[in-house]
Design a binder for this molecule. Structure first.
Ligand code: ATP
Ligand code: MG
Length: 394
């Protein structure tokens, strides 16, 4: 049973204070739950919407202990959190950490993650560990080229991934990903999909399957529902539920999928936290992924994952050549468009392709001529809105 609410409410400590921490804070407020975040950047994106920020590295033992001592529950919004440290602090302080540090440990290493999925009978692209160029060439003999070489740890937004076109490039490609690596067969996918799932106390829920458009391996748009046949959406949801069953610990999980040309569903990777492809849920679903995460990790019952309206989310990325103070222009159209919502992450500086904010547009139902608006039109209008904003002063 949820304990009675008083003020100040319970405190959720979050390792990481980026945009995910900011949106967690925005969702937690109405529930009477306060956040403290740990982040190395003073005035991190979450800081204006949370009670306090501890400035420190994610693996700073004293800082994580202080976070635990000031919190009733602990979670993380970044995979760079240190699972061993979280496990230790959980044992020492008795403050529960969700998802479990062990799940974080498994997910942090893309090879260990894929092994765990295979052990559970969950479909993934073919892959091999590669410790040197000879092993990579042997794998390419089997898979053919192109293939995708991935750093096992630390990659994000495509960093740490390198497509390989020829066995002759084995040395240089391995050098470019640095550290332990794996290789995957290149999936000639029909679409990229994702399912945002949430695991509560004895309950599991999934949001509507979304379709993700990446360019340069960075998410540009999420379209919900995905423009795929109903049976594919259902299979995606069913694979995602299998993944959720496998995960240990409560919270939101972002499950990235490939839909192959043969309509198979393969798991690309799992994030043990709210996910960029779930930002659409703030306006597009009854209970957003951030509120679900707060509910789950604090042991409250989950809300409804029902979708309200067809929805498109577009990322606002740094459209600059080099780092500069962030100043976003061209917002009038966003503000004057019905059912368009702006989310600004509060980052001081813009860097090339840095995630700076997003725009969500939900379906207006009918076009000016009375016909129904479809997802292609909603996507086109979203892209126009997004393309109308810029950091480029020129
Ligand atoms: P994220 O942006 O989610 O942090 P990441 O850096 O961890 O991602 P992945 O999700 O592994 O990287 O890959 C990024 C993108 O690269 C995928 O969304 C997909 O577009 C492409 N990709 C990755 N693996 C493969 C593959 N085996 N075959 C084809 N494309 C792939
Ligand atoms: Mg990914």
């Amino acid at each position: 049973m949820t304990s009675p609410l008083s003020t100040p409410g319970p405190t959720l400590g979050v390792v990481g204070g980026g945009q995910l921490g900011r949106m967690l804070g925005e969702a937690a407020g109405p529930l009477g739950i306060e956040l403290i975040v740990l982040d190395p950047t003073p005035d991190c994106p979450a800081s204006p919407v949370v009670r306090d920020q501890i400035v420190g590295e994610f693996d700073d033992e004293d800082a994580v202990r202080e976070l635990a001592e000031r919190s009733d529950f602990l979670t993380f919004e970044i995979e760079l959190a240190d699972p061993d440290l979280l496990e230790r602090v959980e044992t020492e302080t008795g403050v529960p950490v969700h998802p479990s540090p062990d799940t974080l440990r498994t997910i942090q290493d893309k090879l260990v993650q894929k092994d765990a999925l295979v052990d559970a009978g969950i479909p993934v692209p073919e892959y091999r560990a590669v410790d040197d160029a000879a092993e990579l060439r042997a794998a390419l003999d089997e898979f053919g080229t192109p293939a995708m070489v991935k750093a096992r740890e630390g990659g994000y937004d495509g960093r740490g991934n390198a497509p390989i076109e020829s066995p002759n490039d084995a040395e240089s490609v391995l050098d470019s990903v640095a550290g332990p690596a794996m290789v995957e067969k290149f999936v000639d996918f029909e679409r990229e999909l994702s399912v945002i799932g949430v695991k509560g106390e004895g309950e599991i829920a999934t949001f509507t399957t979304g379709e993700n458009v990446h360019r340069e391996e960075i998410l540009r748009e999420t379209i919900v529902p995905a423009r795929a046949p109903e049976d594919v959406l259902e299979r995606a949801r069913s694979v995602a539920r299998d993944v959720l069953e496998l995960m240990d610990g409560r919270g939101v999980y972002g499950i990235e999928l490939f839909e192959t040309a043969e309509s198979e569903i393969l798991v690309n990777e799992i994030a043990p936290r709210p996910h960029n492809s779930g930002h659409w849920t703030i306006e597009g679903a009854v209970t957003c992924q951030f509120e679900q995460h707060v509910r789950a990790v604090t042991g409250r019952p989950l809300g409804s994952t029902e979708q309200r309206d067809p929805t498109v989310m577009t990322n606002i990325l740094g459209d600059v050549e080099e780092t500069q103070p962030a100043e976003l222009h061209g917002l009038d159209t966003v503000f004057s468009t019905p059912r368009a919502a702006l989310h600004w992450y509060g980052k001081r500086d813009v860097r090339p392709l840095r995630k700076m904010g997003h725009i969500t547009l939900t379906d207006q139902g009918v076009n000016a001529d009375g016909s129904a608006e479809d997802l292609d039109q909603l996507l086109a209008r979203s892209r126009d809105l997004r393309d109308g904003v810029t950091f480029d002063k020129a």
